[in-house]
Design a protein around this ligand. Structure first.
Ligand code: BG6
Length: 492
């Protein structure tokens, strides 16, 4: 797909300062996002990029490696010249610590562009956020129009998350803080808002009277890659459910805000987070499953176990989790929300499935089963919406029917290149639109609910079920425990 579609826009000129500027996220997501927006013509404005690295690194290696990566991953029609021009915009500053003295070079650099807005992107472990924020403040680099972008995970518990937040709040105000969850920047996730709130058809049927259950699945083929230390301290529940899956649940379940504005949307999401039914010792046993992958094969390739991947043979960290959740409010009375995610599963795909109730009475003489309607919102790898509905099989021979999909395939219907989630979210930061970013009270409510799982897992000593890499996760093993819901409409 070509990048030649222009979305010009006038912003305040900006400096974007990336802490963790040599890190994986910066290289794979942040710089490519800025490059694409630049090539798309969106930045009519002047801007500077400053990469803050802790490890001393020769400038030439950094620029060469980055250019190589950008060239390999950019659109086909991107030229080397365009990439070199972009990469030259990045100033590399190495500081071994966060002190006023160590930030002198940064200050000198930013002071040359005092009329630009400063955007500080914290792409380091969150344990460093507090001291970076305090040092920026001590250097007088935070102005009223400055912003800070915080990458997840924000701590490992409610307490640690609150402590990090308190440190950030000593330097920034809530209206300057952008807590990023890249799932909210995905094209199909955005479309969920339009699908729900721009179509009368769905909204009318969006409740416990019409919906049987909702399934939110993020299935990954990848293992833990090079993030063993981080992953082993968090596991699937904190890495994926606490943020991405819970945020998707909020968008599916929330009431319509009266207007599409940041705080109105976030108020509605917060109500859902607060209505999530807390887990107990009993319900955590029946309504959650955790698993860890053992050796297996994915598309014919042998892959090692989680313990081999992280080289730590006593780890109890889960790489798969499934949760049956309830939202205790009027609209969602007793409708289960099945949240599932895991690493080293059979296929990479993410989707939200709304399973409607079956019709109340079958009038057809054959009495063949009438499947329920399903609205399938496929987030990745393809971006697509399907409405599964019963249709008559053509021809004589009485009423024969079968489920058929009405399909909207994004790539067929829209020929534009799809912006990566980071592109959209970074542009929202520059614009100053917080709608797709989590507010602190949302984060607290999400942690409060998640801790009813983690504390009860501990209390009942809930064990991981091993699953072979390349399968759909702990399927059969779970049937033995009576939790049959885990395999319900799990796709092959
Ligand atoms: C990240 C998690 O937030 O999301 C990773 O830390 C996970 O473990 C990734 O692989 C999945 O994102 P996506 O966009 O590839 O589905």
């Amino acid at each position: 797909m070509s990048k030649k579609i222009k979305h010009t826009e006038e912003f305040e000129p900006f400096n974007i300062v990336v802490f963790g500027g040599e890190g994986d996220l910066a290289i794979r997501k942040i710089y490519p996002a800025l490059l694409h927006r630049e090539l798309d013509g969106q930045f009519l404005t002047s801007f500077n990029i400053i990469a803050i690295t802790r490890k001393p690194q020769s400038e030439s290696t950094f620029y060469q490696d980055l250019s190589k990566h950008l060239l390999n991953t950019a659109e086909e029609d991107t030229t080397e010249d365009e990439i070199n021009k972009f990469v030259k915009k990045i100033t590399l500053i190495t500081t071994s610590e966060a002190t006023v003295e160590a930030y002198q070079n940064l200050k000198i650099h930013l002071d040359q562009f005092k009329n630009y807005q400063n955007i500080f992107y914290f792409s380091t472990p969150s344990s460093a956020f507090g001291e970076i924020a305090q040092t920026l403040k001590a250097c007088n680099l935070i102005y009223a129009n400055s912003k800070v972008v915080l990458e997840k995970p924000l701590g490992y518990s409610l307490e640690s998350s609150n402590a990090i937040n308190a440190e950030i709040m000593q330097a920034f105000e809530e209206k300057q803080v952008y807590r990023i969850d890249h799932y909210l920047g995905k094209e199909t996730v955005q479309n969920l808002m339009v699908l729900r709130f721009a179509n009368n058809l769905f909204e009318r049927a969006w409740d416990y009277q019409n919906i049987d259950n909702i399934q939110i699945t993020v299935s990954e083929k990848l293992g833990v890659e090079k993030r063993a230390d981080y992953y082993d301290n968090s596991g699937a529940l904190l890495d994926m459910v606490q943020n991405h899956l819970v945020q998707l649940l909020c968008l599916v379940a929330m009431e319509p805000p009266y207007i599409l504005q940041a705080d109105e949307v976030r108020n509605e999401k917060l109500k859902i987070l607060r209505a999530l039914r807390p887990f107990t010792k009993e319900s955590v046993l029946t309504n959650t499953v955790k698993g860890q992958y053992s050796r297996g094969s994915i598309q014919g390739e042998e892959v090692s176990s989680y313990l081999e991947d992280i080289e730590k043979y006593n780890s109890k960290t889960e790489t798969f989790v499934a949760v049956k959740a309830y939202v205790d409010n009027w609209r969602w009375k007793d409708v289960p929300f099945y949240l599932r995610t895991g690493k080293r599963l059979k296929k990479r795909y993410s989707e939200i499935v709304i399973n409607f109730k079956e019709v109340s009475h079958n009038i057809f003489p054959s009495k063949e089963k009438l499947n329920n309607n399903k609205l399938i919102i496929r987030l990745q790898p393809e971006e697509r919406i399907e409405l599964i509905q019963m249709t008559k099989v053509p021809g004589p021979g009485g009423y024969r029917y079968k489920p058929v999909a009405l399909k909207l395939d994004y790539t067929d219907s829209f020929k534009e290149r799809f912006a990566d989630a980071y592109e959209r979210l970074i542009v929202d930061v520059i614009r100053g639109n917080q709608t797709l970013f989590m507010r602190q009270d949302e984060l607290e409510a999400a942690w409060t609910w998640i801790e009813t799982i983690t504390s009860n897992w501990k209390a009942v000593n809930q064990q991981n079920i091993l699953y072979e890499a390349g399968t759909w996760g702990p399927g059969d093993a779970i049937l033995d425990q009576g939790a049959t819901w885990i395999t319900k409409s799990w796709r092959d």
